[in-house]
Design a protein around this ligand. Structure first.
Ligand code: ZN
Ligand code: ZN
Length: 238
């Protein structure tokens, strides 16, 4: 079709991340969003399960201590999305929030409502440093895709140290009391499932702490949506 060629010439199909030609109009060969071969993940927290375990099984960690959210929806695993997440968070690529947030929104399509999106807030100091709050931008783009409201119900009460690789227990201690309910947030939560939005979920401790606050605030249910899920289920780490 001549007009399709014309559109391609006028708006070349480039990778959103590196601007190399992109056959699918979103990502080049190197940055393609490919699913891992054996994506067996916990049905509750979406942590990668060990080899041979069935997809959707509840991991030992969730069985022992059920998280305060019903489940985690992730676009992809962290290994695949690492360059995108690093660019968004640490290389000033604010422009990526919109296409990535739209993808996150599409991952939530089909979820039953009523629902709202609640971004994990960035500490004001880090916001100042970075100039933008990537989780809030992702939530806004996902909200546009879904027609769901974004409710900024949470605020940081203190800055938590960056989460390197401490064990799950110290992570819990690390984020305990890190969030409070924003004075304007409560109204938007009543009767809705609150989808916590973050760029990456690693141990799930941050999301769990946020979920506890949202449940106390009267959210109808709490679930988690993230671009990338990192980390193995504890039961499958040897
Ligand atoms: Zn690329
Ligand atoms: Zn789990």
């Amino acid at each position: 079709m001549w007009w399709a060629e014309l559109i391609d010439a006028l708006f070349p199909r480039l990778c959103r991340l590196c601007r190399a030609p992109a056959a699918d109009g979103f990502a080049c060969e190197e940055h393609r969003w490919v699913r891992e071969e054996n994506p067996a993940r916990c049905g509750r927290c979406a942590a990668l399960l060990g080899r041979g375990l069935p997809d959707g099984m509840t991991c030992a960690s969730c069985l022992r201590r059920p998280p305060p959210f019903s489940r985690v929806v992730a676009c992809l695993d962290y290994e695949t999305l690492r360059p995108w997440v690093i660019a968004l968070k640490h290389r000033g690529r604010r422009d990526l929030a919109s296409p990535l947030g739209a993808r996150l929104g599409r991952a939530l399509q089909g979820e039953s409502g009523p629902a709202c999106l609640v971004p994990i807030p960035l500490h004001p100091l880090r916001h100042l440093e970075r100039g933008y709050d990537q989780a809030a931008l992702l939530a806004e783009a996902a909200g546009r895709e879904l027609g769901w409201p974004v409710v900024r119900a949470l605020e940081r009460t203190r800055s938590t140290p960056p989460q390197g690789s401490p064990g799950a227990v110290s992570r819990r201690a690390n984020v305990h009391g890190a969030f409070a309910l924003d004075s304007s947030g409560r109204r938007g939560l009543a009767g809705r499932t609150a989808w916590i939005v973050d760029d990456v979920v690693t141990s799930g401790a941050t999301a769990a702490e946020a979920a506890r606050v949202l449940r106390r605030a009267g959210a109808g249910g709490v679930a988690v949506a993230c671009l990338a899920r990192a980390g193995m289920a504890l039961s499958s780490v040897r």
